[in-house]
Design a protein around this ligand. Structure first.
Ligand code: ATP
Ligand code: MG
Length: 411
């Protein structure tokens, strides 16, 4: 079954490894792409580990970018595609230069794998010898859908708090169970104290990656029950026992896209508190706007119609209507009336009903010429009045009728 995985390795990767071998060095395929190959998923980002030092790697290939020389990473470009080639790193006994000769490679790669986070992320492939190097049983864990830390989970989470978030993410994206010892360590006090040091940007990135899971709720439920939320999003931790939390989790799995999923998750906070959290976690302006707009409008009265519906449309705007309706539906026990509201709202948009003064059949300039008005606040008030009349009755939006009305009101 696993034999086929070697045939999926791109030729460029084989070439890189062959070149290294020709020079007396070694190259292994490592990291996420090995995990993805083994579970039959398309692999992205082919990462290569090598025993060659970064300076050597730089010399061996024609096109290289010294991405992270300090950390041992050189990007090798092969016909335009980047491959990260990283020198074996290991914390441990072999760093004092006492490298055994013949088995050096195997032991070295094993040590490099030992510093990786989870067993299924700690598998290496030798693409030339077609060998799998899997010292921690990652392949079996992958097959059994089990997430397990490499080594002592508590110690590993204490070294790097980000791993707790990665654990939650992989539990969702790979739909696997967290091994009991790893699960326990995720919520233990010392690991959580380490998590507190993780930057907002990293949390942001993890959350966005988590949103690509079929069921991101798996990760957020874990974060809630393991006490992770208390550290990274206390306002969400406070919702743990509220129906809004469970409803949000369920809704987020039914929705597609990060915006809608986050809106469902955070709806229980209300738009203002959600905005605060998203800002703290460094979400982009576009994301913040879209998410908070959906939250602010999800609690809509589904019976709205006519002028009230158009006023709601003015507030939600055409840009955020679909998100708001989708989130409202997913969070509701009775989605048909909300679907119907969405359809009515879209019909209004298709009929091009004016929602802003810019949509009026007349401009401020027209009013100035026709009514001999001077620029000033009066003009704005007049336009707003005309818009209000059109919200009440969109058929009013013709040049003639608006002028007539403006003449009456300007008097
Ligand atoms: P994805 O690319 O889907 O996020 P990935 O597993 O490839 O998943 P990367 O961040 O690209 O994750 O890291 C590549 C590899 O580096 C991982 O598979 C893992 O072996 C190791 N790794 C990454 N982050 C950590 C970490 N915080 N602690 C230990 N090992 C890590
Ligand atoms: Mg990766």
């Amino acid at each position: 079954m696993t034999e086929g995985i070697f045939d999926s390795i791109p030729n460029d990767v084989l070439k890189i490894c062959q070149r290294l071998r020709d020079e007396g060095q070694r190259g292994w395929v490592v990291g996420g792409c090995v995990r993805d190959l083994l579970r039959g998923a398309p692999a992205k980002d082919w990462d290569i580990a090598t025993d060659a030092e970064p300076k050597r790697v730089q010399k061996l290939f024609r096109k290289v970018i010294p991405t992270g020389i300090k950390h041992g990473t050189v990007t090798v470009l092969m016909s335009g595609t980047p491959y990260e080639v990283t020198t074996l790193r290991g914390e441990g006994a072999y760093e004092d230069g006492r490298r055994p000769t013949s088995v050096v490679f195997l032991q070295d790669i094993t040590e490099d794998l030992a510093r990786r986070d989870f067993t299924f992320n700690a598998i290496a492939l030798d693409p030339l010898d077609r060998q799998i190097i899997d010292p921690f049983g990652g392949e079996r864990d992958l097959r059994d859908r089990r997430l397990r830390a490499v080594g002592d989970p508590h110690a590993r989470f204490c070294e790097d708090g980000l791993r707790i978030l990665r654990a939650a993410r992989f539990a969702a994206t790979l739909e696997c169970e967290v091994d009991p010892a790893t699960l326990l360590a995720m919520g233990a006090p010392e690991p959580l104290a380490t998590l507190a040091k993780v930057s907002a940007e990293r949390i942001h990135d993890e959350w966005l990656k988590t949103m690509r899971a079929t069921r991101p709720s798996i990760a957020f439920d874990l974060m809630q029950t393991r006490g992770v939320m208390t550290i990274i999003a206390p306002e969400l931790a406070a919702l743990a026992d509220a129906p809004a939390w469970t409803r949000g989790l369920r809704a987020m799995d039914d929705l597609g896209g990060a915006v809608r999923r986050l809106a469902a998750l955070l709806a229980g906070l209300g738009a203002e508190s959600a905005e605060g959290l998203l800002e703290r976690l460094k979400f982009s302006n576009d994301h913040r706007k879209a998410i908070t707009m959906a939250i602010a409008h999800h609690d809509v009265d589904p019976s709205l119609e006519g002028p009230d519906l158009r006023r709601w449309l003015q507030s939600v705007t055409a840009a955020h209507l679909d998100d708001a309706v989708a989130v409202a539906c997913a969070l509701s026990d009775d989605r048909d009336p909300i679907d119907a509201l969405g359809a009515r709202a879209r019909a209004e948009l298709e009929a091009a009903v004016p929602l802003t003064t810019k949509d009026l059949a007349i401009t401020g300039k027209d009013l100035m010429t026709e009514l001999s008005l001077k620029p000033g606040p009066q003009l704005g008030v007049l336009l707003k009045g005309l818009l209000e009349a059109c919200i009440e009755d969109p058929s009013t939006n013709t040049r003639a009728r608006l002028l007539e009305r403006a003449r009456r009101e300007a008097r």
